[in-house]
Design a binder for this molecule. Structure first.
Ligand code: GLC
Ligand code: MG
Length: 579
C-alpha cells in the first residue's frame, strides 16, 4: 500500500515536471539552409554538406538552435532536390552517407537540432519505383503511382480536369503503356499513390530510417497534396485564377479532389505516431496551403498530428500595425497552446524580405523583432540575417524549372504579380566575405548561380565587425547584430520562449503586445509609421531596440517617444510581492 502511494506520488511528480518542460522544438529557433547555395567546400561551385559543417559555428554563434536543410538526397536535380531518386542516398555533389552522418553528429555536438526536408508527395521520375511503375501495366510497382486511362474514345485526352499546382493539366501521357500519370507539381515529379498500403509503409520507413540516424524532425514538402480522391471526379468550377497559399483554388477550379483531402489530415496523425515511438521528442512542420481553419486540421483535434504548420498569411499581410494585429489575433485563435504558430517571412521559394520591403531595412528590422518576440517558432532563411537581397535574373536565364516553364511570360507581368517565378533570385550564393564569389566557393570557380552584385557591402565578414563594447555596438549596429541580439534575448528571457501572448493595441500605427510568464512581463512596441509616436507604458527596462543606441538598457517610467519605424522590447518591473 505504502509502495503504491509512493509510486503514485513519484509518477505525479514526474508528470508535473513534464508539464513544465517544453519539448525542444517548442522553444527553438531555426536557420534554413539551401545546401546548393550555402558553402562550397570541394570546388565545383555547388554548396555541399562539408560546406555546411564548416559553417555550423557561424550559425550557432548567431544564436540559432536548429537547422533545417533543404533536400540533398540522390536526385537528377530537375527541381534541385525536390525530385528525389533515392530517399536513403546522398546526391554525390553534396557528399556521401558518411558526411551526412558527420553533419548530424556535428550539429548535435553543438547542442543543436537538425531537421531534414521530406518530400513525400512525389518522387523523381528517375526513382527506381517510378521506372518500374512505368515499364508495363502489370509492373510490380504499377500501383505505386496514380495511373488512369484517358478519356474515351481513344484515351488521348487527360482522364479528368485536374490541374497541377503550377498550372496546366497535372496528367501526363505515357507512350509505353498508353495511360496517364498524375503529378501535382512538375511533370517529372509523379505523385505517389498513398491509397496503396505498400507505398505508405515504404515512406513511413524512410522517415524511420532518418529518425533512427538521429535526425530530430522533418519539414514536410507540400503535405496537403498527399491524397487525391479515388472518385477521380472533376474538380468544381471556381472564379479564381491564381492560386495562393491561403486559398489554393485556381486556374478556374476548386482543389476539392486534389488538395487538403480528409485522408491527408489522417495521414498526418499516422506519421506523427511514428515520431512518438521515439523516446526523445521529434518534430514535424508542414508546408500546407489553405485557410487557417484547414491548416489547423493537419495538427489534429488533440494536437496529435503535425506539430506545426507554416503560416504564409504573413507574406500577404501589410506591414501595418492594424493588419498585423488582426493577423496575430487570427493565428492566436487558431493555434492556441499547446499549438504553436510559425510565422513565415522567408524561404527558398519566396522573395527575400528586404526586397519585399522595397529595401527599407527599417521594416526588415521590425519584422525580425516581431518574428522573434511573438509566440511562435521563428524560421530564418540563410542570408536574411545579413539582409541579402533578391537578385534580378530574367526568366529565360533561370535554372529554376518554374522559370523555364514560364519562360515566355512577359517580364512586366511577372513583376506585377509580386511573386518570384524565377526562384533562382532568392537562391543566390551566401555572401560570406569580399573575396571573389563572396567566399562561397574558391577563386576561379564559377558558382552555380551568380553572386549578387552587392556582396562587397552585404556580407557576413563586414557585418560582423566590431566587438561587444557599448561604443562598438552603437557604431557597428546592423541587421546581423539585431538578429544575434534577438536570438540571445530569446535564450535568456524564458518569457519570450514560454510566455503567453496578449495583444494590446494598434493605436496610432504602433503595434503593441505583451508576453507573460511566471509573474514576468515583457511588452513589445513596434512603430510601423514614418512618424515619431509617443507611447504610454508601465515602468520597465529597455531590453532591445531595432537599432542599437544609447537608450539600450535604460529604465523608462511611463512614456516613451518611439522614432519612425522603431521597435522596442521593454521588460516590466516585477510586481512587488509585498503589500
Ligand atoms: C515545395 C518546395 C518547392 C518545390 C515544390 C515541389 O513547394 O518548397 O521548392 O519546388 O514543393 O516539391
Ligand atoms: Mg499527391
Amino acid at each position: 500500500m505504502k509502495l503504491l502511494f509512493h509510486t503514485t506520488l513519484y509518477l505525479l511528480l514526474c508528470l508535473g515536471a513534464l508539464a513544465q518542460e517544453n519539448p525542444w522544438w517548442k522553444e527553438t529557433t531555426v536557420y534554413q539552409i539551401y545546401p546548393r547555395s550555402f558553402k562550397d567546400s570541394d570546388g565545383d561551385g555547388i554548396g555541399d554538406l562539408n560546406g555546411i559543417i564548416s559553417k555550423l559555428d557561424y550559425i550557432k554563434g548567431l544564436g540559432f538552435e536548429s537547422i533545417w536543410v533543404s533536400p540533398f538526397f540522390k536526385s537528377p536535380q530537375g527541381d534541385f532536390g525536390y525530385d528525389v531518386a533515392d530517399y536513403r542516398a546522398i546526391a554525390t555533389e553534396y557528399g556521401d552517407m558518411a558526411t551526412c552522418d558527420l553533419l548530424i553528429e556535428e550539429v548535435h555536438k553543438r547542442g543543436m537540432k537538425i531537421i531534414f526536408d521530406l518530400v513525400m508527395n512525389h518522387t523523381s521520375d528517375q526513382h527506381e519505383w517510378f521506372k518500374n511503375s512505368k515499364s508495363s501495366p502489370d509492373a510490380e510497382k504499377r500501383d505505386w503511382y496514380i495511373w488512369r486511362d484517358g478519356k474515351k474514345p481513344n484515351g488521348k485526352r487527360p482522364p479528368n480536369n485536374w490541374k497541377s499546382m503550377i498550372g496546366g493539366s497535372g496528367w501526363h501521357y505515357d507512350e509505353t503503356t498508353g495511360q496517364w500519370y498524375w503529378a501535382t507539381f512538375l511533370p517529372f515529379q509523379p505523385d505517389l499513390n498513398y491509397h496503396n498500403p505498400e507505398v505508405k509503409k515504404a515512406m513511413l520507413d524512410v522517415a524511420r530510417f532518418w529518425l533512427d540516424k538521429g535526425v530530430d524532425g522533418f519539414r514536410l514538402d507540400i503535405f496537403n497534396t498527399i491524397y487525391e480522391d479515388t472518385s477521380f471526379a472533376n474538380n468544381p468550377f471556381s472564379l479564381k485564377m491564381i492560386p495562393g497559399e491561403e486559398n489554393p483554388n485556381g486556374y478556374f477550379q476548386k482543389v476539392k479532389y486534389t488538395q487538403n483531402h480528409p485522408q491527408s489530415f489522417e495521414f498526418a496523425k499516422e506519421l506523427r505516431a511514428i515520431l512518438d515511438e521515439y523516446p526523445e521528442p521529434k518534430y514535424l512542420v508542414g508546408e500546407v496551403f489553405g485557410d487557417t481553419e484547414t491548416l489547423r486540421k493537419f495538427c489534429g483535434e488533440n494536437a496529435d498530428g503535425l506539430h506545426s504548420i507554416f503560416l504564409f498569411k504573413t507574406l500577404k499581410t501589410k506591414m501595418k500595425a492594424k493588419h498585423l494585429y488582426k493577423m496575430i489575433e487570427e493565428f492566436e485563435e487558431a493555434f492556441p497552446e499547446p499549438y504553436v504558430p510559425v510565422y513565415v517571412y522567408s524561404n527558398h521559394d519566396k522573395v527575400r524580405s528586404i526586397s519585399r520591403y522595397k529595401e527599407n531595412e527599417k521594416i526588415a528590422r521590425l519584422q525580425a523583432m516581431l518574428q522573434y518576440t511573438v509566440r511562435g517558432i521563428p524560421f530564418t532563411y540563410y542570408g536574411e540575417e545579413i539582409g541579402m537581397k533578391q537578385a534580378y535574373i530574367p526568366l529565360k536565364e533561370g535554372k529554376d524549372p518554374l522559370a523555364k516553364k514560364y519562360e515566355k511570360m512577359p517580364q512586366w507581368l511577372v513583376n506585377m504579380s509580386g511573386q518570384s517565378l524565377n526562384r533562382d533570385e532568392c537562391r543566390t550564393p551566401m555572401q560570406w566575405d569580399t573575396t571573389a564569389s563572396a567566399g562561397f566557393c574558391q577563386e576561379g570557380v564559377g558558382p552555380w548561380l551568380p553572386v549578387n552584385e552587392d556582396y562587397r557591402e552585404v556580407n557576413v565578414q563586414l557585418l560582423s565587425k566590431g566587438d561587444n563594447s557599448f561604443q562598438s555596438l552603437v557604431q557597428n549596429d546592423n541587421i546581423r547584430r539585431l538578429y544575434s541580439r534577438l536570438t540571445y534575448l530569446r535564450n535568456s528571457e524564458s518569457t519570450l520562449r514560454k510566455g503567453s501572448m496578449e495583444l494590446i493595441s494598434y493605436k496610432k500605427g504602433v503595434l503593441a503586445y505583451s508576453r507573460e510568464h511566471e509573474g514576468q512581463e515583457i511588452v513589445v512596441y513596434l512603430n510601423f509609421t514614418n512618424k515619431r509616436k509617443s507611447i504610454q507604458t508601465k515602468p520597465g527596462r529597455i531590453l532591445d531596440q531595432t537599432e542599437f543606441n544609447a537608450m539600450m538598457g535604460v529604465y523608462v517610467k511611463d512614456n516613451y517617444a518611439l522614432q519612425p519605424y522603431q521597435g522596442i522590447i521593454i521588460k516590466m518591473n516585477a510586481p512587488s510581492t509585498r503589500k
